[in-house]
Design a protein around this ligand. Structure first.
Ligand code: MTE
Ligand code: MO
Length: 376
């Protein structure tokens, strides 16, 4: 996969893991554009990058559908068969900001699979493809009992000495509301190899893990997928659970992304010389709505300032909002800046990382905190 990292990614990506390749962009640059350039979009892989011949490519739709079919990319792209959709959608890995949980307590650690992500395992693209709902309709609709849709990626990966195929599932109700897309284009270009070429799933508002890359099989089933990625990874445990009492069945499978946000500049542990004000930039995201309000503090959460609406980027229902704020700062020495967000259902973020901590170190949704040394 190194070849594709060099070909498709910015040279200054932060390589969170080399194999399987996992990388995130430099944090200050990520929030300079609302749409993330493909070369800067984070990459999260469980294994290698499969070589797929697009000329011979097709995917199967099977299981509880009335007419199982094999569909080529050309057919999928034929607008007389399938209406096309283009959407601005943010993908966020449930591992984003995991490094803060690792500092708190490393938990499962889970060898190489749980990459030590910072704030950059999130990105926004204009995805083009077809709603999965239309594809299932094209296959005669679902049979009784079709309640989940399982996706298979052409990559495989090693975990604890075994080889697995990447497979995940989402509930059919997510498909029915047109929030699951089979996409072949990312920001007007064919999908980069590293992002799932020639065809991937994009599930709006869910953790990135459900957006299966290198898709080759869609299977309609009655219950969530039994594949290990679905059953054993991406499980949310209560903070009391650890090595003595954790079992897969006492956690739940994470689907929708909670509200989260991050300060991308200034960078943690920077020293800043200024004259009474410091500019903060960052992102805010909610998987089940949109970020309505962003607040920042310069004293660890004592006094909060509301980011003015015009300093937040435009609302797309399935995307983040990037924001900036010039905060008055007179104090000197080590200061703790933090950010919290509300979405349109008034969901907000836990105050401290300890309340978000969980054994598998997913969805670090607590207020993001950055320490800087201030010199006036
Ligand atoms: N699909 C396959 N086939 N293999 C993978 O390893 N990783 C998932 C998902 N889809 C993965 C996959 C995870 S955990 C995330 S966060 C997203 O892809 C990341 O998508 P990106 O690499 O395009 O940013
Ligand atoms: Mo992920």
């Amino acid at each position: 996969s190194w070849k594709y990292v060099q070909k498709e990614k910015s040279p200054d990506m932060i390589h969170v893991l080399q194999f399987p390749y996992n990388g995130e962009p430099p944090r200050d640059r990520l929030v300079t554009t609302e749409i993330t350039p493909n070369a800067d979009h984070f990459v999260r892989n469980h294994g290698g990058i499969p070589e797929i011949d697009v000329e011979k490519f097709f995917f199967n739709v099977e299981g509880l559908v009335n007419t199982p079919k094999r569909i080529t990319l050309k057919e999928l792209q034929d607008e007389s068969i399938f209406p096309r959709m283009t959407k601005t959608v943010t993908l966020q890995c449930s591992g984003t900001r995991r490094i803060e949980q690792i500092h708190e307590y490393p938990g499962d650690g889970d060898e190489l699979i749980n990459a030590p992500w910072g704030e950059g395992a999130i990105g926004t693209a204009r995805w083009t493809g077809v709603s999965l709902k239309k594809v299932i309709k094209h296959c005669g609709g679902i049979k009784d009992g079709g309640k989940h849709v399982e996706f298979f990626g052409a990559d495989s990966y090693f975990k604890k000495g075994q080889v697995y195929n990447y497979a995940v599932s989402v509930p059919m109700r997510k498909v029915k509301i047109n929030e699951v897309m089979l996409a072949w284009e990312m920001n007007g270009e064919p999908l980069p190899k590293i992002h799932g070429y020639p065809l991937r799933v994009v599930v709006f508002g869910y953790i990135g893990a459900r957006s299966c890359k290198w898709l080759y099989r869609v299977n309609v089933i009655g219950d969530p997928s039994l594949a290990p990625v679905q059953m054993k990874e991406y499980i949310y445990y209560s903070p009391q659970m650890g090595k003595h009492n954790v079992t897969y069945s006492n956690g739940f499978s994470i689907q929708t992304m909670p509200v989260s946000s991050a300060i991308m500049t200034p960078i943690n542990h920077d020293q800043i010389i200024h004259d009474g004000k410091i500019k903060l930039t960052g992102w805010a995201y909610s998987g089940s709505g949109w970020p309505e309000r962003v607040e920042v503090s310069g004293d660890g959460g004592g006094i909060w300032y509301e980011v003015p609406y015009e300093k937040m980027s435009k609302k797309y229902y399935h995307a983040w909002r990037i924001w900036e704020y010039e905060m008055p700062v007179d104090a000197e020495g080590w200061l703790e800046f933090c950010v919290r967000t509300w979405d349109d259902a008034l969901n907000t973020q836990p105050t401290y990382v300890r309340s978000a901590w969980n054994w598998d170190l997913h969805v670090t949704s607590s207020c993001h905190r950055v320490k800087i040394y201030s010199i006036n």
